[in-house]
Design a protein around this ligand. Structure first.
Ligand code: TRP
Length: 333
């Protein structure tokens, strides 16, 4: 069987939240633990973040924030390589090559771009208003991230599914010009995480300002959990666990047994939402506390982050150089 190569990136545009954890980090973590001998590339997609973040300090702090996130979960797993996308110029060279193999119509059909156009039109603006070329060609850069390392498995959240499909299509186009095929990457998606709800019951997203960051604790976490919207059942009445946002979020992290216990309490009529929120608070803190300690450690020791990154960068850079050289030779450069 061909070698498995795992790769995924996180775009540093804010604090990592529960949706990121369940959609991308947790599936990657399960794969990494089950495949200790395979190569695993985990990177910070900082150039992708440039489509929206144009401020030096914000960029710097989010980049290190995501680097610390990767390390706090994966530090002790063998054969993981961590790097900043912006450190590997080969990615951008392959990005141009792939652009020349990419039908423009494929990008016209990309959901993220189309949503922005639709939004402009519905507000009676010009369709291109505030859409930069980076947003339009975002999927091509992502294909370059993936194909440069000959990745076979790409764990991502469900919202990235179309981007992987585009990467597969571009690999097919490029393969026509190569004697040795680049493997077609396979998305690894947990369909159960299709709809992770946020504090207001809508899909959890930075765009809706309803996220629950994973590295909050104490007072700040309490405050966030306090904002979760619930109905106005009076104390002493049974609570509707099936439609309760607190219960749903609890269920994302709880064991079956814990879920059952809380469900009994909801039905008993003996607890109110304040109590339920407290249970969620406890579960959340326990679940992430070990990781949060490491996260805080890394953020306070950026030199340690740099050490890991320079090691990962060295490995990634070597592979990138070799793979790009092969492609360029075959294209006549
Ligand atoms: N677009 C991804 C996101 O927003 C991040 C990303 C960039 C990525 N390049 C990638 C994910 C390559 C997987 C593979 O979450």
């Amino acid at each position: 069987m061909a070698e498995k190569i795992f790769l995924t990136g996180i775009k540093p545009t804010g604090e990592p939240h529960l949706g990121n954890f369940l959609g991308a980090i947790k599936p990657a973590l399960d794969l990494a633990k089950n495949n200790p001998n395979s190569k695993k590339y985990f990177f910070i997609a900082d150039q992708h973040a440039l489509t929206s973040i144009k401020n030096q300090h914000t960029m710097h702090s989010y980049r290190y924030n995501i680097a610390a996130t990767w390390l706090s979960f994966f530090e002790n797993i063998d054969n993981c390589y961590f790097y900043f996308q912006s450190q590997i110029p080969e990615i951008f060279e392959l990005y141009w090559i792939l652009s020349c193999f990419c039908p423009k119509g494929l990008l016209n059909r990309a959901h993220a771009y189309r949503a922005l156009v639709a939004n402009n039109l519905s507000n009676n603006h010009d369709e291109d208003r505030q859409i930069n070329q980076g947003v339009f060609s975002y999927p091509v850069l992502m294909a370059a991230d993936i194909l440069l390392f000959q990745s076979t498995h790409v764990p991502v959240g469900i919202d990235q599914k179309q981007h992987i499909e585009i990467a597969i299509e571009l690999a097919r186009h490029l393969n026509h010009s190569l004697s040795e095929n680049i493997p077609l990457p396979q998305p690894v998606i947990n369909e159960n995480t299709e709809l992770i709800i946020g504090l207001d019951g809508q899909k959890m997203s930075k765009n809706y300002n309803n996220t629950l960051p994973i590295f909050l604790s104490g007072k700040e976490l309490k405050k966030k959990i306090g904002k979760i919207q619930t109905d106005s059942t009076e104390l002493g009445q049974p609570l509707d666990w099936e439609n309760c946002n607190v219960f749903k979020i609890y269920g994302y992290l709880a064991t079956d047994q814990q879920r059952l216990v809380l469900k009994e309490k909801y039905i008993s009529g003996k607890i109110g939402y304040g109590h339920a929120k407290n249970e969620l608070f406890q579960l959340y803190e326990d679940f992430f506390s070990e990781y949060k300690d490491r996260f805080d450690f890394f953020l306070n020791h950026p030199k340690t982050i740099d050490k890991y990154i320079s090691n990962g960068y060295r490995k990634a850079s070597e592979v990138a150089h070799k793979n790009l050289a092969k492609i360029k030779t075959e294209l006549g450069f």
